[in-house]
Design a binder for this molecule. Structure first.
Ligand code: ADP
Ligand code: MG
Length: 348
């Protein structure tokens, strides 16, 4: 029932503003892809194009082999959930979920008993059994979004499009719903495009993450791929914290000043580069041929971890170092840091 979605070289401008500049993306049947990017990067525009609510200036969208321009809006069979609850306020939960089915032309409309059965199954699926007669105002934000999702699923969509569905909810609820949606997707297997500007949400939820920046896709890959092997500095910085070191690549080593700090490099593009290192990829070592000396200038709490700020001679900004299971250094202590993983980008 779920289709493959192929987005081919999509261009879309509003007046003179290019919102999408040649975006191509393949989504496999049953795959959950997160579309991640800052506000204004074109995420909603891309979703609306897939839904058929917007026409592209160039390129096309296919569902399996079919060009979507050949499909009416209804034949696309899209389930859409928006950030702001679009539930019908004057209808109770059950009526909201049944709406898409009842609105069908008579010949395609399931019988009442079948609609009731489907609503009941969906209430179970989204874990809201017993709340059928409630009205949207009598639900929490998280419950409303689960109803919105049930309503989108009721029509047995071929593609599920979710535009920041948890964006208006508080952090704790968002986090709970993330795991819940992940499970639900495992069970139902709809081809899903999930828009978010929250990198944690994208990395935790998605089979693959597509990172959009100013109307262009910077990278598409598994969460591990994009996090550990970012294709561009933008992806690296958008997905999490990173220290930035100006280095020079000579042979298979990167040098900070005249000190080699990273070895075993594959790329043979010598010359100036930027080395991005995440705080958890700096380890305090006793001595190592490849290490960076520094002084601990601050230690503070950072969520579950403690974080040291380390001043390094020749570097304007202190390095952030996560002290996961490392022995904590003392303030003012001189230490050596080894880079366990980094991403190199040729200097612009
Ligand atoms: N209907 C429209 N008319 C004019 N500009 C638009 C319209 N829709 C979107 N835009 C512009 O296109 C860019 C991308 O918007 P959007 O796709 O909503 O981004 P995102 O969802 O990533 O925040 C923004 O700069 C936005 O102002
Ligand atoms: Mg948007």
């Amino acid at each position: 029932m779920s289709v493959a979605v192929t987005v081919e070289s999509i261009q879309k401008s509003f007046a003179n503003f290019a919102a999408l500049r040649g975006v191509s993306l393949d989504v496999q049947p049953g795959e959950l892809v997160a579309l991640l990017g800052p506000s204004g990067s074109g995420k909603t525009t891309l979703l609306r194009l897939v839904a058929g609510l917007e026409q592209a200036d160039g390129g096309r969208v296919l569902f399996d082999e079919t060009d979507t321009r050949q499909l009416s809006l209804r034949d696309r069979r899209i389930g859409f959930v928006f950030q702001h609850y679009a539930l019908f306020k004057h209808m109770n939960v059950a009526a909201n979920i049944a709406f898409g089915l009842k609105a069908r032309p008579r010949l395609e409309r399931p019988g009442n008993a079948e609609i009731d059965k489907r609503v009941s199954d969906l209430m179970e699926l989204v874990q809201l059994k017993g709340l059928e007669r409630r009205f949207p105002v009598q639900l929490s934000g998280g419950q409303r979004q689960r109803v919105a999702l049930a309503r989108a699923l009721a029509i047995e969509p071929r593609v599920l499009l979710l535009d920041e569905p948890f964006g208006a909810l508080d952090a704790k609820v968002r986090k709970d719903l993330r795991g819940w949606l992940r499970d639900l997707h495992r069970r139902t297997g709809h081809t899903t495009l999930f828009v978010t500007h929250d990198q944690e949400e994208a990395l935790e939820l998605a089979d693959r993450v597509a990172i959009l920046n100013e109307g262009r896709l910077e990278q598409v890959g598994s969460p591990d791929d994009v996090y550990d092997h970012p294709a561009t500095p933008f992806v690296c910085e958008f997905l999490g914290e990173a220290n930035k070191l100006p280095v020079k690549v000579v042979g298979s080593q990167a040098f900070f000043g005249d000190r080699p700090v990273l070895g075993g490099l594959q790329q043979n593009q010598g010359g100036p580069a930027s080395l991005y290192v995440r705080p958890q990829h700096l380890r305090i070592v006793d001595d190592a041929p490849l290490s960076l000396p520094g002084v601990v200038e601050d230690i503070r709490r950072n969520g579950a971890l403690r974080r040291a700020e380390v001043a390094v001679q020749g570097l304007a900004k202190r390095l952030d170092v996560d002290l996961a299971s490392q022995v904590a250094p003392a303030l003012g202590e001189r230490i050596r840091l080894r880079i366990t993983h980094g991403s190199l980008f040729a200097a612009a």
